[in-house]
Design a protein around this ligand. Sequence first.
Ligand code: HEM
Length: 199
Amino acid sequence: MIGIIQKVLVDLLVNTGGTELKQAVFARAGVPLDRNFRIDQNYPDDECLRLIHAAVAETGLPAQQIYTLYAKAFLQEAKSLFPRFFEISTSSEAFLMRQATIHAVMASGLQHSVDRKKVTDKFSATQLAPGSIQIEYRSANLLCGIFKALAHELAGFYNESLTVSCARCVKRGDGECCFVLQWPYAANKNTSADIIECG
Ligand code: HEM
């Protein structure tokens, strides 16, 4: 996992609970206390998952609440580091159609092609209709809660709102996850028969 994900989490922990909280989360996750995550380097996915789970356990907050706080912090950091990604999209719909490409741009700086491919394989987006897009998510990390929090926060950045539903879900037994994102102006809102809510 490219280190911007972990760095934002670490900064959030320090800003809310001080170095003490950060150290407790690192210790619980089995991460060396002197680790400084770099936004241009790759780290093991399972270590990142341990950090996220440890943050939930140490704070005692509901996971979805942590994801919302994380999504706000992440988008603020991303906007300050990479303003162009936000400037080129005039709506959250346009942005989310580009999200997989943004990930690919971020991965392009990684040294090993196998690491780059691991990032680019995770997401792909398709426009279903105006105001309706489908994002396929293929990752053993199952960070669906963070995906949804980021999608809602991103819509907020543009003073918009959207709904996220799961057309396919690994937790339900499907081979991959597939989110359907819809904006209120979508002509075909709520017409998918097999959409379910999932975690
Ligand atoms: C400028 C905005 C964004 C930047 C710079 C960015 C960057 C990244 C990077 C570098 C990763 C790590 C990829 C890896 O190593 O596998 C990542 C992961 C992720 N991003 Fe983004 N992202 C952005 C926006 C979004 C948005 C808007 C969403 C969702 C709506 C999103 C959802 C996710 C999820 C769920 C993961 C974890 C994937 C997994 O490992 O399973 N990102 N992002």
